[in-house]
Design a protein around this ligand. Structure first.
Ligand code: CP
Ligand code: NVA
Length: 325
C-alpha cells in the first residue's frame, strides 16, 4: 500500500487513502451519477471477478450492474465454486485470476484474506465486506449525506448499535471527511481499539472528531445523521438471541430518533431486522434515506472501479512473460 499522494492499487479500507483521495472519489461518483452515459465505455472489455463467501443483495447487484454500465463484464463466484482456502489456497486463486480478469471484488470473513489477495495479485482487489470493514458501503453512505446535506464536514453522525465492520468504515470515512462521528454501543460491543484510535487521529487532522459512548441518547442528541445496523452480523447468527437483550436499549425507534435534529436523516446499510435495531415507524418515515443509500452503492462503486481498473495491469503480466520466453 502506498503513501498519501499516490493512489493505492486496491480498495481494502478507507484508511488506505488520503482525505483528498476520498473526496475525489466521492466527486467522481457524483459526476458518474449525473452523467452515466459519459462513462459507458470507460472499462470496455474488462472483467471483474466477484468472489462471495457470504450472502448479498446490494453488493452483488450493484457491482454486477456497475461494471456492465462501464462497458465491462462480471463473473459471479459463489462460496461453493471457489471454497477459498479449502479447495484452493488464496495464493493460487490470486495467481490464477490475475491472468484471466482485470479486477477482483471479494466478500469474505477475515480481513487478512483480502489483504493477502491484494499482496499476491497484480490486479486491483476491492473489499466487498469483511468482518473488519465495509468500505464501499461507507463511500455510498457519505455520497448520500453529501447529496442531502450538501456537505459532510462538521456534521454530527451517530452510529447506534454494534461496533462492527459498518461502524468501523463509517468512522474511517467520517474522519477522512471531517465529520463528528459518535458511536454508541452496549459495553463489550465497542469498535476495535485500533479502528477507533486511527479514526480519532485522522479526525484530529480534518477538524472532525470520533467519540465513543455507551449512552445512545448522548450520541443521538442534535445529530444530523442517525445510523444503525443489525445486532448480529453474518457469521454471528448463533449469538443473535443473546445479543438481543444487550442491544434492546439501543433500538432506533421514534422516541430516540426524535432527539436528533428535526431534519436529521435515518440511514441503514441494509438488510434491516425491523423490530430489532430499527422500528417500522423510523425506517419507513420520510426522513429515512435507506433506499437512496442502497442505490448509491452503484454510483460510488462505479467511481472505485473506474479509479482502480482504468489502468489494467493484467496485460502487463502477460507482456512481461513474452519478453522472457
Ligand atoms: N449493505 C450491503 O452490503 O448489502 P448486501 O449484504 O445485500 O450486499
Ligand atoms: N454488519 C453486517 C453488514 C451487512 C451488510 C454484516 O456484516 O452482516
Amino acid at each position: 500500500m502506498q503513501g498519501t499522494s499516490a493512489w493505492p492499487d486496491d480498495f481494502l479500507t478507507v484508511r488506505d487513502f488520503s482525505p483528498a483521495q476520498i473526496e475525489d472519489l466521492l466527486h467522481l461518483a457524483v459526476q458518474i451519477k449525473a452523467n452515466p452515459a459519459g462513462y459507458s465505455s470507460a472499462l470496455q472489455g474488462k472483467t471483474l471477478a466477484m468472489i462471495f463467501e457470504k450472502p448479498s443483495l446490494r453488493t452483488r447487484v450493484t457491482f454486477d450492474v456497475g461494471i456492465h454500465q462501464l462497458g465491462g463484464f462480471s463473473l459471479y463466484l459463489s462460496p461453493a465454486e471457489i471454497n477459498l482456502g479449502k479447495r484452493e489456497s488464496v495464493y493460487d486463486v490470486a495467481k490464477n485470476l490475475e491472468r484471466m480478469v482485470q479486477g477482483i471484488m471479494i466478500r469474505t470473513f477475515a480481513h487478512q484474506i483480502v489483504q493477502r489477495m491484494a499482496q499476491y495479485a497484480s490486479i486491483p482487489i476491492i473489499n466487498g465486506l469483511t468482518d473488519y470493514s465495509h468500505p464501499c458501503q461507507a463511500m455510498a453512505d457519505y455520497l448520500t449525506v453529501l447529496e442531502i446535506k450538501g456537505r459532510v464536514a462538521g456534521l454530527k453522525v451517530a452510529f447506534i448499535g454494534d461496533g462492527n465492520n459498518v461502524a468501523h468504515s463509517l468512522l474511517f470515512a467520517g474522519a477522512q471527511l471531517g465529520a463528528h462521528v459518535w458511536v454508541a454501543t452496549p459495553p463489550g460491543y465497542e469498535p476495535l481499539k485500533d479502528a477507533l484510535s486511527w479514526a480519532q487521529n485522522r479526525a484530529a487532522q480534518t477538524h472532525g472528531s470520533c467519540t465513543l459512548t455507551t449512552d445512545p441518547v448522548r450520541a443521538v442528541r442534535d445529530a444530523d445523521v442517525i445510523y444503525t445496523d443489525v445486532w448480529a452480523s453474518m457469521g454471528q447468527e448463533n449469538e443473535a438471541e443473546a445479543r438481543r437483550q444487550h442491544f434492546l436499549p439501543y433500538q432506533v425507534n421514534g422516541a430516540l430518533f426524535a432527539l436528533a435534529k428535526p431534519d436529521a436523516i435515518f440511514m441503514h446499510c441494509l438488510p434491516a431486522h425491523r423490530g430489532d435495531e430499527v422500528t417500522d415507524e423510523v425506517i419507513d418515515c420520510p426522513r429515512s434515506v435507506v433506499f437512496q443509500q442502497a442505490e448509491n452503492r452503484l454510483h460510488a462503486q462505479k467511481a472505485i472501479l473506474l479509479q482502480l481498473m482504468k489502468h489494467s495491469v493484467a496485460e502487463a503480466v502477460v507482456a512481461e512473460e513474452l519478453v522472457h520466453v
